[in-house]
Structures are given as structure tokens and as C-alpha cells.
Write a protein that binds this ligand. Structure first.
Ligand SMILES: NC(=O)c1ccc[n+]([C@@H]2O[C@H](COP(=O)([O-])OP(=O)(O)OC[C@H]3O[C@@H](n4cnc5c(N)ncnc54)[C@H](OP(=O)(O)O)[C@@H]3O)[C@@H](O)[C@H]2O)c1
Length: 303
């Protein structure tokens, strides 16, 4: 198939692109970076220079593709002020609208990306039948989700991928790693809340299966088999780096440093099921736990 990836130069894209090529797909990547595209072109990828905030500049030049994969990231790392949140909200909506415009123009399915924003109580496990909860930073996606639902209701083929926190050698995780190394990273309060995690290679495999099989109108949670608390994950990450456990940051200080919205998002307690992805698409995990996957990522970052 001819696969167009929006965000193919990022953490997930860097694992997904070679995986798709190895399966025999023709891959195109849209990016704002000429340098990134030039290095991808050396690997046989078709580069499309463009910005999702200005799709009119490249839309009419697009050639036919069989599927569009939307994995561009509208979020930036760091403190989330009210002004920054407004920008993220506008970008999230615009990225979604641009992906829709591309999918409509190419008359092909669109694979969207959301996040595992489910608030689970004691003993509860969320699956794809649960509605995405909107609070903290995830409020930025309200209009984007409405646009996706409207598109699906109109009969345009859509698939939704819902990854937990993706760890791998790049993207947000690299920024987290750099903060940890410089002693700036801390765990808020007791850090007893659980956030779903997924190794980037396993996440890319889930996308590759969705691209191969195109299960239209389905959505898939992507998380490993092992729920873990913030404290467990960060302590293990520090031990992989050879550092002592990250310090505890009092909630009140964390709120000042990161802002209310980011804090609320980081404090979610969420446990999810990955059964649908395994049963419907035959997904198999290479790294069922962060304990299997983190050493290899840290090794890549340290080398
Ligand atoms: N990382 C996580 O923990 C996590 C968790 C849940 C969901 N997600 C979602 O998973 C997807 C992949 O995340 P990731 O970690 O791989 O992101 P990432 O490493 O930060 O990559 C960001 C990508 O977005 C592209 N991009 C940003 N602004 C753009 C713009 N204006 N126009 C065109 N492209 C733009 C970048 O391309 P250029 O800079 O080359 O233009 C880059 O390829 C995203 O949709 C993200 O929201 C991520």
C-alpha cells in the first residue's frame, strides 16, 4: 500500500517507517524539516515538505495514497500556562482538520491517534467501549474528537489508535530522560497513580498491523501487559541510568512548576486492557513490561 504518515519523523514515526518498508509498503512522510526529509529520502521514503497548520500549501500537490496515518504531536514539553494551552488546543484541532482534509482529498481511510485518558477506580480496567475522559490537557482534544466522530458518522473510513505513554529513544521520553539525568525530574506526591506505558517498537507494530488490516471504524488501546505506578516506573528508569531514586515533589510545588492542567493530566490513575488489539489484530508484545523494555531504550540513549 501507499502509506502517508503525518508526523513520521518523530519518536513513533522513526520506528514505524522502517517497519512499514520492511512489510513492502511505499511510505511517504510529511514534515516541516527539509533535513529530516532528505535523510528519509536516502532510505527510500517519499518526503513531502509541509506544515499541518498550513495544509493549503501542499494539499493540491498530494498524489494518491491508500491510507493516511496521523501521528503528528501538537503538544510541547514543559509548563502549561493558559496561553500555552490555548495554542495546544488550536493546534490539536487544526492537525485533526488537516488530516481530515488530506483523507477526504485522497479518498482514503485515516488512522487517528488519541491518548489513554480513562479514569479508572479501584479494580476497574478500561477498554475501548469507555468514553475518553476530558480533563487537564486532554480538554485540548474536545473539538478534534468531535470532528473525528462527525467524519465517521458521515461514513468516511476512520480508525483510532489509543496509545499509553510511549517510551523510546526520542520525543517526550527523551526530554524526560534529559530531565532525570540533570537531576530536575521528581515524582509528584506519592506517585501511586498508574499510567499505561508502551515501548515504541510495540506501539509501531500495533500501527503496522492496523495499516495492514485496515479495521475500519475500530479503535484500539495500545499498552503493555503491566500496569505500573509513576513511582515504580521512575525508580526503575533511574536505576537503569545508574542514578538514585528521583526525589518527591510536593503537589503544591508541582502545580506552580508545571501548571494545573499538566499536573491534573499526570495524576490520572488509569489501567487499561490491550485484549482487543491482541485478539482482533494478532498483536504480540515484544516488551510486556517496562522492566523488559526500559533497559534497551536507556542503552540506546546512553550510547
Ligand atoms: N509520546 C507519547 O507518550 C504519546 C502518548 C499518547 C499519544 N501520543 C501521540 O502519538 C503520536 C506520536 O507521538 P510521538 O511521541 O512520536 O511524537 P514526537 O516524537 O513529538 O513527533 C512529533 C511529530 O509531529 C510532527 N509535527 C509537529 N508539528 C507539526 C506541524 N505543524 N506540521 C507537521 N508535522 C508536525 C513532527 O514533524 P516535524 O518536526 O518533522 O515537522 C514530528 O514528526 C502523536 O500523535 C502523539 O500525540 C504520544
Amino acid at each position: 500500500m501507499k502509506v502517508l504518515i503525518l508526523g513520521g519523523t518523530g519518536l513513533l514515526g522513526s520506528s514505524l517507517v522502517p517497519k512499514l518498508q520492511a512489510r513492502g509498503h511505499d511510505v511517504s512522510v510529511l514534515s516541516r524539516s527539509e533535513a529530516a526529509l532528505s535523510s528519509l529520502e536516502d532510505q527510500g521514503v517519499k518526503g513531502i515538505l509541509g506544515d499541518l497548520l498550513e495544509p493549503e500549501a501542499f494539499l493540491s500537490d498530494l498524489t494518491p495514497h491508500d491510507v493516511v496515518v496521523s501521528i503528528a504531536m501538537p503538544l510541547e514539553f514543559g509548563r502549561m500556562s493558559g496561553k500555552a494551552f490555548k495554542k495546544v488546543t488550536e493546534r490539536t484541532t487544526k492537525f485533526t482538520q488537516s488530516a481530515l482534509d488530506i483523507g477526504y482529498k485522497l479518498e482514503c481511510p485515516i488512522i487517528f491517534t488519541l491518548g489513554t485518558s480513562y479514569k479508572t477506580g479501584p479494580g476497574e480496567v478500561a477498554d475501548e467501549t469507555w468514553p475518553i475522559e476530558r480533563f487537564g490537557l486532554t480538554l485540548a482534544g474536545v473539538e478534534a474528537e468531535r470532528l473525528i466522530n462527525e467524519t465517521r458518522a458521515e461514513g468516511h473510513p476512520v480508525i483510532q489508535m489509543i496509545p499509553g505513554q510511549i517510551y523510546g529513544p526520542g520525543g517526550m521520553f527523551l526530554k524526560m530522560y534529559n530531565m532525570l539525568k540533570s537531576g530536575k525530574f521528581g515524582v509528584v506526591g506519592k506517585g501511586e497513580n498508574r499510567i499505561p506505558r508502551i515501548h515504541v517498537e510495540d506501539c509501531a507494530e500495533a500501527y503496522a498491523l492496523a495499516i495492514d488490516k485496515l479495521p475500519i471504524n475500530e479503535s484500539f488501546i495500545i499498552a503493555d501487559d503491566t500496569p505500573c505506578t509513576m513511582r515504580e516506573f521512575m525508580d526503575y528508569m533511574a536505576s537503569c541510568v545508574g542514578m538514585s531514586k528521583p526525589r518527591t515533589i510536593p503537589r503544591i510545588l508541582a502545580r506552580l512548576v508545571m501548571g494545573k492542567l499538566l499536573l491534573e493530566t499526570m495524576e490520572i490513575d488509569c489501567v487499561v486492557s490491550n485484549s482487543k488489539l491482541k485478539e482482533m489484530l494478532g498483536w504480540e508484545l515484544k516488551y510486556p513490561s517496562f522492566r523488559d523494555g526500559l533497559p534497551n531504550v536507556i542503552e540506546a540513549l546512553e550510547s
